[in-house]
Design a binder for this molecule. Structure first.
Ligand code: 5HY
Length: 248
């Protein structure tokens, strides 16, 4: 099977980190393609960044449909464009926040999230509510690091994430930590060893969930709100989206 894992920001180093983490856990028969949009924010740290990045995510799914992908992963902890992406395909589309929340509740009754900037914590809180995990999560914490520090100042970023994860362990009454950024995909083992709690990371969780869904012959339902978008005209620079037709 083929999984297209989409880093919604446009930082190639983070896309490579995400792709490498996905390859590490992929089953022998799973081929991973890690991509990023041709245009968009270099990092996603606000509602505005999320909104802009969603267009690129959708274009990557459209490209994946032409390439015959079996599943898609949106590798940003805000799951940007998730439901819109599901409208475009019969394949499973999984967001890394959604995947991490599901996995964390299978191994603990309470978890906390450790993300990058405190200002984006509300995005994770909205998703917890939307996906029905609000009562499982004790707190959404932030290491207060810019997303790209994960690439540009990795040692200092890791140290801050570990410190915040230890505070979560000691204060929140939890059984697991959820890492709240696609750029943390390569830090699971180091954080787990330093903190002494199970660490759930969304990229790798989404790879295994994608394999499970495809293996069960399950994909995005086309009945109801996730049916293909109604064809219509788009104007201006979005003219290319006019009268979209399903590829398969
Ligand atoms: C992410 N931003 O996973 C989110 C994380 C965040 O560029 N990739 C980004 O901190 O909201």
């Amino acid at each position: 099977m083929q999984i297209r894992i989409i880093n919604p920001n446009t930082t190639r180093g983070m896309t490579d980190t995400i792709g490498a983490a996905a390859h590490r856990v992929a089953a022998p028969g799973t081929r991973i393609t890690a991509t990023q949009p041709a245009h968009g924010p270099v990092s996603i740290e606000s509602h505005f960044d999320e909104a802009i990045s969603a267009v690129g995510v959708l274009e990557e799914v459209m490209a994946g449909e032409r390439d015959g992908m079996d599943a898609y992963i949106i590798a940003c902890f805000g799951d940007p464009g998730l439901l819109a992406a599901r409208e475009l395909t019969r394949a499973p589309v999984i967001g890394i926040a959604e995947a991490a929340f599901h996995m964390a509740t299978l191994i603990s009754t309470r978890f906390s999230v450790v993300t990058t900037l405190g200002r984006t914590g509300i995005i994770a809180e909205h998703l917890l509510e939307q996906y029905g995990f609000r009562h499982h999560c004790r707190r959404v914490r932030a290491a207060e690091i810019p997303v790209l520090d994960l690439e540009d100042d990795a040692d200092a970023a890791l140290s801050r994430i570990i410190d915040e994860s230890r505070r979560a362990r000691d204060e929140d009454g939890i059984g697991a930590i959820v890492l709240g950024c696609g750029g943390m995909a390569d830090l699971t083992d180091e954080i787990g060893e330093a903190v002494g709690l199970p660490v759930v990371e969304g990229v790798t969780a989404a790879v295994k969930l994608s394999e499970a869904l495809v293996g069960l012959g399950l994909g995005t339902s086309k009945y109801g709100d996730l049916a293909f978008p109604r064809p219509k005209s788009f104007t201006g620079e979005f003219k290319r989206f006019s009268n979209l037709q399903p590829v398969r």
